[in-house]
Design a protein around this ligand. Structure first.
Ligand code: GLV
Ligand code: MN
Ligand code: MN
Length: 382
């Protein structure tokens, strides 16, 4: 990440931008506007990624933002542009996502700072180990003169490809919950413990896993995933005594999602009770669905049309920093077509032609925003 920050700084500084890394590990590059008192618009996306990832999820949004600045050729707008490369959007290390963007809206609190990774290192400690000072997190807040946040991102799904559209505009982002479940049984000898005398934590967890899949399949548009599992002690000849599972569950309706989560907690409790296991669960994230800003959405649609694209509206199933920033500033997203709908995998890709369209659309959008006085009067919500 340090190398990545250095590289981006090397691209931005020659454009006249001031760069820094805030105390939550977000890269911040500020390209000033016409006047020292000009408000600012934030552009960007995240720089972290998932294990065995593709090359575009997140980072493309940062590269596109810098490309737009390069295209200005030192021209100044009535607003400055802050490029943000968010840290820890995916939630791989600490089990909960959006750590960087939460710092920008004042939600990187003690509870989050005390969260630990698999090695027992807290977020606070990780920040210190990176050479940053957690006490300076308040300085990461969005500036009060911020007009909005716009994020370019790959769609990570098949919709735009099916429609034959290079770009689309996001109208809402589905909410998501992330939870950790721990099934506790009793580790014992695999050869000598009769089947009826076992408290097999993994067999209980496996039964529950079937329920997770059934519950999501029973509700249209619901998705539920257990993408991480740890078995202790983890030996072929030992009955598993402890299993940790990470549940990720999403739906655009907060009510429906919350209902499925409650149902799955109940199922885990019933299975544990029947099998003589103990159960613990911890909520790591409960993020509501978020609508994007209506004004920015219309401006993006106009820019898409000017770039010769049909302004198709989508709901994002993936989570994004834009859904966090939306709590404080008008936020919007532009999606790029994702070949095969493949993401979170090395096969993830984009075409050069679609990226070119995104740049064209971004330049139209910035031109539009630089003119309507209604946009320039907007500021951060208290
Ligand atoms: C971010 O990639 C997410 O998990 O939606
Ligand atoms: Mn991702
Ligand atoms: Mn992403």
């Amino acid at each position: 990440m340090r190398q990545c920050h250095r590289e981006i700084a090397r691209w931005m500084e020659p454009l006249g931008a001031q760069v820094r890394v805030d105390a939550a590990g977000n890269f911040r590059g500020f390209y000033p506007g016409e006047h020292a008192s000009s408000p600012r618009l934030i552009l960007g996306s995240h720089l972290d990624t998932v294990p065995n990832a593709g090359a575009y999820d997140g980072v493309l949004g940062v590269v596109l933002a810098i490309t737009l600045l390069e295209a200005f050729k030192e021209r100044k707008l009535p607003f400055g542009i802050e490029v943000v490369g968010f840290s820890e959007e995916e939630g791989v290390r600490f089990g909960t996502p959006f750590i960087g963007s939460r710092a920008l809206i004042g939600r990187l609190d003690d509870e989050l700072l005390n969260l630990q990774d698999a090695e027992g290192i807290s977020v606070r400690r990780a920040i210190q180990q990176f050479g940053l000072n957690p006490q300076e997190i308040p300085r990461a807040h969005v500036d009060p003169d911020t007009l909005g946040f716009i994020e370019f991102h790959i769609e990570q799904g098949p919709v735009l490809e099916e429609l034959g559209c290079p770009l689309g505009v996001v109208e809402a982002i589905a909410g998501q919950n992330r939870l950790e479940f721990i099934f506790l049984g009793r580790a014992n000898h695999a050869g000598t413990t009769p089947m009826h005398l076992r408290y097999d934590a993994l067999a209980g967890a496996a039964e529950w896993l079937g329920e997770v899949e059934r519950a999501a399949k029973a509700v249209p548009e619901a998705v539920a995933t257990v993408g991480k599992i740890k078995v202790k002690p983890g030996a072929t000849n030992v009955v598993p005594g402890e299993v940790h599972l990470a549940l990720d569950i999403r739906h655009r309706s907060d009510e429906i999602r919350t209902k499925i989560v409650s149902q799955l907690i109940r199922k885990a409790e019933q299975i544990s009770e029947r099998r003589g296991l103990r159960l613990q669960h911890k909520v790591l994230l409960c993020q509501q669905a978020v609508r994007m800003d209506g004004f920015l959405l219309q401006q993006i649609e106009l820019a898409l049309q000017k770039a010769g694209c049909v302004p198709h509206r989508l709901v994002s199933g993936a989570g994004h920093d834009a859904m966090i920033l939306a709590e404080k500033v008008p936020a919007a997203m532009i999606f790029l077509r994702t070949p095969g709908g493949i993401s979170h995998d090395p096969a993830e890709s984009v075409t050069a032609e679609d990226v070119e369209k995104a740049i064209e659309c971004g330049l139209h959008l910035l031109d539009q925003l630089a003119s309507p006085p209604v946009f320039l009067k907007r500021t951060v919500r208290a």
